[in-house]
Design a protein around this ligand. Sequence first.
Ligand code: BG6
Length: 473
Amino acid sequence: MSVQFPDGFLWGGSVAANQCEGAYQEDGKGWSTQDVAPQGIKGPVTEVPTEDNLKLTGIDFYHRYKEDIRLFAEMGFKVFRTSIAWSRIFPNGDETEPNEQGLQFYDDLFDELHKYGIEPLVTLSHYETPLHLSKQYDGWVNRKLVGFYERYARTVFTRYKDKVKYWLTFNEINSILEEPFMSGGIYTPKKELSKQDLYQAIHHEFVASALAVKMGHEINPEAKIGCMVLSMPTYPLTPNPDDVIAVMEAEHKNYFFADVHARGIYPGYMKRFFRENGIEIHMEPGDADILKHTVDFISFSYYVSLCETADSSKRAELEGNLFSGVANPYLKASEWGWQIDPQGLRYVMNMFHDRYQKPLFVVENGLGAVDKLVTGEDGLPTVEDDYRIQYLNDHLVQVGEAIEDGIEVMGYTSWGCIDLVSASTAQMSKRYGFIFVDRHDDGSGTLERYRKKSFHWYKDVIATNGQSLQRSN
Ligand code: BG6
């Protein structure tokens, strides 16, 4: 039996401004938190941008987007997810007037997409708070960020009202738990950050996100605005009830974010957590009503699943995207140690569906791998990336299973559809793309683009609306 995807399914790819645009101070752009993190999310933060930071030049998407969009169109993309660099629009974040050149860049980008019938899906904040807001205000710990974000969101919702229908408020909003600087622009070092301030910052993001949903709908009633969470299906390491409860508690930490976005209230288990940890969330009058503006859909990234146990002797840490847990003995891992679990995708989609009954959008999924350029039959450079095809095929089959389970899925955008700079390690060599970019970890390379084998494979998947996907049995 073949895999059935609905008509109008939004096939496409996903990137983030800071990982591909480059041009980090062109046309009036201010610095962002990414510009001072040369070694990626977990690395040290520098005072000012340093030349070893590959993100400063990225893959030069800022100047080459026309060529890249032509390639996306050749694959048949229906949707392209990118983010707006907040510091292109408000260079410091706290100005009252936006930077026209920054706005014009995204106008041109969205026009180019529409030329090929590709819908933009736009993240308002993808790991790049304007650096000034981070240093001056300590990022989202400060309530003033709500107002700055509101102004920024209003500016872009209004400007792109007729060009952008699909919006996401914060990328992987739950990652602030692990990465307060990159995710929440919080300049206080993680070790010194109190739980009180962390959860207050999260509250500010919730309020800002709900205000964006409210405002976005007022400006364009047709707009579909979603939250975006890092999904992390967690399995008990053993059937010991202690392990099952450890899983429940680990999952609560993450579900909290989607729960507030989808239900508009703080869940009881978090009120208990706050009580037991001496945390008091300061709510301003009206906050509870603002939170009731819930999202239209749930979007998420999915790369890995993890195990949990209550037995601390077994908690040997496994690196899994930004979060860590216990390794699953049944799964293999990527070259970067991320465990590969296609069925986890169907599982997590069912969990989201059972919890919220809102449409889902898979906005990130893919395999970061080392690619080797070879000469193809046509004499052009290419990559024989069968490992990537296998990974994506197996995950898409599980999206098909989730659709069979009765879940409404709006679309699928594979992460890093064109090679870009890795978020966690700032490497070029961790490649996700269908399109190879000739750029390397030492910064060398021509920036030429080449089609990989997976490029042709994905084109076929889209052209057949998923019928060409292979079930393994
Ligand atoms: C997600 C982020 O965490 O994973 C992306 O939203 C990131 O920005 C992606 O690039 C893959 O992670 P990495 O570290 O391999 O780039």
